[in-house]
Design a protein. Structure first.
Lengths: 251, 278
């Protein structure tokens, strides 16, 4: 397999940075700091360049110069008001830009969020607890695996009511109220557990992704960067560890 | 010092090593554990499968390289499926830091499928405004993206023939690693412009999207690497996600065992201390 120089160089950089970042699991060290600072710098630099190219050049400068779309100067002017924050005497002008952004943002987001996350979710929570069979009569679906079953509908209803009651602090949680609040805590704990389980899965997926790349880059076609850079990282950690033992840092 | 005390004070680097080995060994020597397809992943697959040839399929790759291990395999699988079905693919991103990766994914899969840029697919790139871009696209797609990622004018592109705004999109899928992502596409897109929407996401945000799935606000959800593996299995092209499933199962098992052992030692130590105190 013939690989281009840029691909091989990319593999060496990716392998090195992965190993440097993973070296933090042993202890904090300069290799980790180097990779960390590079990550921050490169991401920020990339974002700035992309934003400049897309916003300033493609959406502002070219339409104005090529097509004469002078009306674009109005949003540019409002945006420029933000920069007056750096001039103390003119800083008050930036409030107009902020007011515009907050006003438009709230106006767009509030009705849409209420519709999507409150009304639709209430509609889904308040479902019939029993079904009606086609020929008449009542049916009840017991399946726990079917999210739309009547049994799950009842569980969701109990969960929503008990969690809402748990966060209702105007009434003391005693007697039957205590039982409902306890049920609310139970539902919250199950929800936190599920969320944490998914988080563990996600973090493990990231590790799998990095290790998959390290295995791929251990191939001879890349020049075995995984092997060489692993040796370099381990050797550096040993040297740094010995140095810190012989010259302990000042407290 | 008792065994329980020693185990509870174990150097955390040993645990890192155990987890690392549990991940590495199955990657080197895969077993091929079976993958069961969930109804939420099947929801996205079935909808794409049922689309007629030439339908407009919008894929928003709302992630950056930090979420690549989970969302890259999802994106590759969905694009392979869409190209196989001869859909008109319109790709974009709401994350500026993800533009390069999104372009690479689309170019790679289109090349594999022998598709032509501008005719079979287009990458619109990124436009500023976050969620407001979706509203802008809902009014006029060409206003939000006057040019594609390569700088070619979007108006007149064969792939966008008959498409004026989001109402002309047959199906949209957002692969999101956060905000803006799947939720933004529902709130500012589907809810207002009435197109069908599916989602893909990282494992971290998946539990927060399940309420949208149950209420039918999204018609399917591909969650994390597991979801990607299911989609790869459905399209019959096993890739990086399926390869990672053995490692995922092994690490999960290791974590469950570690949690159980830690609890066992914790309660044993507490009982021991109570006895000594009494």
């Amino acid at each position: 397999m013939d690989l281009s120089f840029s691909v091989i160089l990319g593999a060496w950089i990716a392998t090195g940075l992965t190993l440097f970042i993973l070296s933090f699991l042993y202890e904090d060290n300069p290799l980790f700091k180097l990779a960390e600072h590079l990550y921050v710098g490169v991401s920020l630099g990339y974002t700035i360049v992309k934003t400049y190219d897309t916003v300033v050049m493609t959406l502002i400068v070219r339409p104005i110069l090529d097509k004469g779309e002078w009306s674009l100067l109005i949003p540019v002017g409002i945006g420029m008001l933000m920069l007056t924050r750096y001039v103390p005497k003119a800083a008050w002008l930036s409030r107009y830009a902020f007011a515009f952004i907050v006003g438009v943002g709230a106006g767009l987001a509030i009705p849409r969020t209420i519709s999507s996350f409150i009304l639709k979710q209430i509609e889904d929570t308040v479902r019939p607890l029993l079904g009606i069979a086609p020929g008449g009569g009542i049916t009840f679906d017991y399946s726990l695996l079917n999210p739309a079953s009547h049994l799950n509908g009842i569980i969701i209803l109990i969960g929503v009511v008990s969690v809402l009651f748990y966060f209702f602090f105007s009434v003391e949680h005693s007697g039957p109220g205590k039982t409902v609040a306890r049920a609310g805590i139970l539902f919250l704990m199950i929800s936190f557990g599920a969320a944490f389980g998914y988080t563990v899965m996600a973090r493990m997926s990231l590790l799998i992704g990095r290790l998959t790349d390290l295995i791929e880059f251990s191939d001879a076609s890349y020049g075995r960067p995984t092997l060489w850079l692993l040796l370099l990282t381990v050797a550096t950690l040993i040297v740094l560890s010995r140095r810190s033992r012989s010259h302990p840092p000042n407290q | 010092m008792s065994l329980a005390e020693r185990m509870l004070r174990i150097d955390r680097r040993i645990i890192f090593l155990v987890i690392g080995l549990c991940t590495l060994v199955p990657l080197l020597f895969p077993v091929g554990l079976p993958i069961k397809i969930s109804s939420e992943v099947r929801g996205v697959y079935d909808y794409i499968e049922g689309l007629p040839e030439g339908s407009v399929f919008l894929l928003s790759l709302d992630f950056d390289p930090a979420s690549k291990p989970e969302l890259y395999p999802q994106a590759i699988s969905i694009l392979r499926h869409a190209f196989k079905k001869n859909l008109r693919v319109v790709a974009m991103t709401l994350w500026v830091s993800g533009t390069g990766l999104a372009d690479q994914i689309l170019t790679q899969t289109a090349k594999e499928a022998g598709k032509e840029n501008g005719k079979d697919y287009v990458f619109l790139g990124w436009s500023p405004g976050g969620s407001a871009v979706i509203l802008n696209m809902g009014q006029d797609l060409y206003n939000a993206f006057p040019a594609d990622y390569g700088g070619k004018a979007t108006k007149g592109l064969p792939v966008l023939a008959g498409v004026q705004n989001l109402r002309d999109v047959t199906y949209a899928v957002s692969l999101g690693a956060g905000n803006p992502g799947v939720e933004a596409w529902y709130v500012f897109g589907k809810d207002k412009y009435k197109f069908e929407l599916g989602g893909g996401c990282t494992g971290v945000i998946a539990p927060g999207l399940y309420p949208l799935l149950r209420s039918g606000q999204i018609n399917g959800l591909i969650g994390g690497l597991r979801g990607a593996a299911e989609y790869e299995t459905l399209i019959g092209q096993k890739g990086k996600a399926v390869a990672g499933m053995d490692a995922q199962s092994a690490t999960h098992l290791a974590i469950i065992v570690l949690v159980a052992i830690c609890n066992m030692f914790y309660f044993s130590l507490r009982r021991q201390q109570r006895r000594q105190g009494g």
